[in-house]
Structure formats: C-alpha cells, structure tokens
Design a protein around this ligand. Structure first.
Ligand SMILES: NC(=O)c1ccc[n+]([C@@H]2O[C@H](COP(=O)([O-])OP(=O)(O)OC[C@H]3O[C@@H](n4cnc5c(N)ncnc54)[C@H](O)[C@@H]3O)[C@@H](O)[C@H]2O)c1
Length: 464
C-alpha cells in the first residue's frame, strides 16, 4: 500500500503519523500492519548519491542559538582554506544574527546576508540563489519543514538532530530528497567522536567477530537547561516533555550503533518495544525552581529495545531528568570482544572460555588497541583540530570537515536521508509503544528494500 492510500484509509489513526503520539489503542493490529507495509511514493535510491563537486561550498545557517554558534565556529579552518564560505545567517532574533555576524567577521572578510525578525524570514535565506548548503540548527519542530523547503529551492540541507519526530515527516523527507536529488543529512556529531570511530574501525577490521548486542543512550542531566527561561529559546525543549512520552533524543546513541551494525547496508531495524519509568525528577526540580511548568508526561527514563532483521539487539536509553554523570553507554557485544564506554574499556576473548577471571584489558594493552585502531579520519585531522576550536572534544569539527570536503570533492556523504529518518523514526515508534503498554511496533522500510543490497563499505571512507 502506498503512503497516500494509507493516509486515506486511516482516518482516526492518521493522527499518529502526522503528530506526536499521546495515546494509542484503537485497531492496533491493523495500524501496525499498515506501518510495516506502507511504501514510498517515489522510487529513487539515494544510497551512494554523489552531487557535482562544489569548489567552495556557500553555506547559509538558520538558527543561531547555542548550537548554531558552536557550528559556526567549526567553519573557521574551512573558510580560511577556501573550502567554504558563510554567505547567509538567519534567526528569529536580530541580536543573535548580529552577534553571529560579528563572530564570523573575525576570520571571514565576505559579509553574509542576514534574515531575521519574522517566523518565516528563513525562507528568504533558502531562496538566496548562491547558497549550496543550508545548515539548520533551530528547535526540533522546524527541522523537517526547513529541510524540505530548502531541497525544493535546489539546496543541499544538513539538519541538527532529530531531523523529524513524526513518521509522516520521515516519509516526506525521503520522498523530497529522492525527487529533488539533493543531499539531506542529519548532522549526528557522535558518529564522528574519536571513541565511536575507534570502535567502528575495530568492528570493520574483525576485532569483535560477529556482533550480537549493543547498547546506547542519551543520559544527560538537562534539568537546569530546560527549566531556565534564558537557555533554550522560549523553553522549546521543556515543552516536548509536557505532552509526550518516549525517547525524544535517539540519535547520539543510535547513530554510531547503526554504523556498527550496518543498518541500511545489509541489515535494518525490524521492530521495537519501549517502556518509560514514572516521572519524578523533572517535576521535583521544577517546583524547587518555581517554574510555571510542573507536570510532565515524559517519564524520567525511557528504555527502548530494537531488534534487527539479522537478529542483533539494541538497548537504547533516554534520560534527561536525572542528576547523574553524562553517558552514551556505547556498548558493543561480539563473539570475540566487548566494548563498554564511559570510560572506554575493551575485553578481548583469548582462546578457551574460563570459569572466572574475565577482565577488561589492562591499560597498556587497551592503549595499544587504541593506537592501532585509531580511525584514519581522526588520524588525519588531529593536527588541524588541535589548532582550532573543535566543539564537543573534536567531533563537531570532524563532522563539519567531512560534510564540506565530501561536497567539495563530489563524494557521497557519510549519513544519507535514509540513515537520518531511520534513526529519528525511533522517536514516534517508541511513543506508540509506550502509549500501548510496550506493544511491539514494526519499522517502516524507508529504503524501499535497498538495505538488502547496499554494502557497508561507503561509510566514512577517506578518499582524498
Ligand atoms: N548535536 C549536538 O551535540 C547538539 C547540541 C545542542 C543542540 N543540538 C540541537 O540543535 C538544535 C538547536 O538547539 P539549541 O540548543 O541551539 O537551541 P536554542 O534555543 O539555543 O537555539 C535555537 C535558535 O533557533 C532560533 N529560531 C527559532 N525559531 C526560528 C525560526 N522560525 N527561524 C529562525 N530561527 C529560529 C531561536 O531564536 C534560537 O536562536 C536542536 O535541534 C538541538 O537538538 C544538538
């Protein structure tokens, strides 16, 4: 059944495709079958897609809050080396645009065009003729409409995470990218972190044998950020926690894991089940901080279990309410080795199984693996990234470097539109499962079956 017919056939249930899910009980079986059997209205394949090389990538940035400012700084080396130029800046608020323009003037002579003051002023940026790439660093609700409008204006688009949080938006992104033949990348920076790339490189070199299980997470105490009235613009992030329940921030843990498991490149997600704990920590802090918002639907801890078509499992967790040290877990269990993150530890199976005494590798041996399997991308960029601002311990620079250099050279991007929506779709699917007592929910196949044919070899390849 194609998507149009699906929407027409589901009067009541179509709400959950186009909106965040708050309750889900009616006609479960029919609806779940339809999620699984829905297919694209287009027939393209953007795996391995290459656009014509762009000598100097002209960039427009929409959203100049916390994230927009960090990513702007990642362009210094690229603009100074004539690989990119920031030609336009946009935000709702004039003061943010002025500050970003001042910052940019420290390393770029050319003055960007600015757009601000109206909710849709960004459309003028998307229409600006000389722009090649639009970088979207706004609140979540704008990511899909800005990406789609940008592609329709003939631009490549790179959106912050998550690129979408409804199934309908996921389908629209795939269909627009296939129709317009434009890159649509969700810029998931954790895929470019040194530890995650070290693990990926070990996996690709057979150190783990065959993988059976992985665990990832976004465990980050954001209470102070979300409850503050001047951190996120208009407290946009807190508002999602008032009305929704599920895993809202899947991609920091799931992006790297999906590369480990060759998702979209020989394997794909089959189904998930999700459960949220009760909510205590955010409301308690809200009362202490005298916030006008004190009731939250989102549980403190969401745990989602995903099974892949080839039988691997993923445990994905989400908790931004609890006071605790930051973690993305980053666990990989294979037939020959196990990795655990925070802090990074490695176990290597050596010969026969033993009754006791299984231990993580001692520091010296761990360090030798770390050196031997340092990812080529990290090795190459170490020298540059030490002399410039890097963002999040280096991964933000590596990510923007890869994005711009792949566009310069006409190479496929590391993360394509299917990766972007598959990692993001876990949010609405987890919401459906949570709303229906952890019902097993199937994944739609956004790739139209091409995950079976693709090989894993095109991720993060160095070709320069
Ligand atoms: N990958 C990461 O490590 C990471 C880190 C932080 C944030 N993020 C993501 O970045 C995005 C932005 O988060 P943030 O912390 O910068 O939030 P923020 O509130 O600081 O910034 C959002 C900016 O978007 C602007 N904006 C809102 N509506 C707009 C519109 N219609 N047109 C133009 N500008 C508009 C706001 O004025 C604000 O300046 C979110 O999607 C978040 O998930 C990612």
């Amino acid at each position: 059944m194609n998507r149009k017919k699906f929407l027409q056939s589901l009067l009541g249930a179509s709400a959950f495709l186009t909106m965040p899910v708050s309750s889900f009980s009616k006609d479960n079986e029919d609806v779940l079958q339809l999620i699984k059997n829905t297919s694209k209205n287009t027939s393209g394949n953007m795996f391995g897609f290459k656009a014509d090389p762009i000598k100097k990538v002209k960039v427009g940035i929409i959203g100049l809050g916390n994230r927009g400012n960090t990513l702007l700084e990642m362009f210094q080396w690229l603009t100074e080396n004539k690989h990119a130029e920031i030609v336009a800046l946009s935000d709702l608020q004039e003061n943010k645009v002025i500050k970003a323009k001042e910052k940019l003037s420290k390393w770029q002579k050319a003055i960007p065009t600015t757009y601000y003051g109206k909710e849709d002023a960004w459309k003028k940026l998307a229409e600006q003729e000389d722009i090649d790439l639009i970088l979207i660093t706004t609140p979540w609700e704008y990511h899909t409409p800005m990406s789609i409008y940008g592609m329709k204006q003939g631009k490549h688009v790179a959106s912050e995470v998550p690129i979408a949080y409804t199934l309908s938006d996921c389908w629209n992104l795939v269909e627009t990218a296939e129709k317009t033949r434009k890159h649509c990348i969700m810029i998931e920076n954790c895929c470019y972190n040194e530890e995650e790339l070290f693990v990926l490189n070990m996996i690709e070199n057979g150190v783990f044998g065959d993988i059976t299980h992985t665990e990832g997470a976004y465990l980050h105490d954001l209470r102070a950020h979300m409850l503050s009235t001047d951190y996120y613009q208009d407290q946009w992030r807190l508002k999602h926690h008032i009305n929704r329940d599920g895993n809202f921030y899947t991609t920091h843990g799931l992006g790297p894991i999906s590369f480990y498991l060759s998702i979209g490149r020989g394997d794909t997600y089959s189904h998930l089940t999700s459960m949220s704990s009760r909510e205590l920590n955010l409301s308690d802090t809200a009362k202490k901080m005298k916030s006008p918002y004190t009731k939250f639907k989102c549980g403190d801890m969401n745990s989602t279990l995903i099974k892949t078509e080839k039988g691997k499992t993923i445990l994905l967790q989400f908790d931004v309410h609890t006071g605790r040290p930051y973690s993305r877990i980053n666990k990989v269990v294979g037939t020959k080795a196990v990795h655990d993150g925070y802090p990074s530890r490695l176990y290597i199976e050596k010969g026969e199984p033993v009754f006791w005494g299984h231990k993580w590798l001692p520091k010296e041996e761990y360090d030798s693996y770390r050196t031997k399997y340092m990812h080529p991308v990290i090795k190459k960029l170490k020298a540059i990234s030490q002399s410039f601002k890097q963002g999040h311990g280096g991964m933000d620079f590596v990510m923007i470097y890869r994005l711009i250099r792949c566009l310069n050279l006409g190479l496929p991007l590391d993360i394509n539109v299917y990766d972007s929506v598959m990692w993001s779709a876990v949010t609405p699917l987890s919401e459906i499962s949570v709303a229906s007592k952890s019902l097993s929910v199937p994944f739609p196949d956004f790739t139209g079956g091409s995950w079976r044919e693709n090989s894993s070899s095109n991720i993060m390849n160095l070709t320069e």
